[in-house]
Design a protein around this ligand. Sequence first.
Ligand SMILES: [Mg+2]
Length: 220
Amino acid sequence: MKRKLSVLIISILLFTGCSTTKEPINLYYAKKEIKEYFEDSTRYWKEVWRICNEAKKYAEKNLDKSKNNIAIFDIDETSLNNLEYMKEFDFGYTQESWEAWVDSAKATAIQPVLELYLFLKEKGVKIFFITGRHESKYIKDPDPTIKNLNNVGFKNIDGVFFKPRTPKMKTSEFKSQIRKKLVEGNGYHILLNIGDQESDFWGEYPGKVFKLPNPAYMTF
Ligand SMILES: [Mg+2]
């Protein structure tokens, strides 16, 4: 009888929408988990190596030398790792602190992506970086992003497209516009495109997509 009664009460609660709701993960633990994930060779790094090795295999198989081949590389959390900045500001963000970090040119290489870069260069594929970063306000020749890329091993860079400060536009729109220009204006063939955000691939001519993990932030 008691059992029947409790089943009846639970059914009424569920039916009337009085069931308990699940609390989201506490932000402290979410940040802790993300930090640990980015430093974990068995999770984040293993996945990045796997995807880059897949990209190499794809390039090997699909490289048509009669085409003017290029590859599109994103920069942040694709070619360069900004975990030091994220940790320093506890996953916070201000335009000022971010630009100071970019100007410091202290980001480290994402090694599997660097190896993919060197592999593609050796095959004669040109690589263009398209980034939501702006050119530095204060430091020129070289721009700190180019200096940073060079210092960590991305040598002989074919081109970096920085998002202009004006007019204001979404990073995804900017990236799409550049790819369209490269293909329709310059006659390039996009062999592959690697980035850490879904929005890196929105719009025109995404090419063959290789998406790296990034649970820390999302850009549009
Ligand atoms: Mg990125």
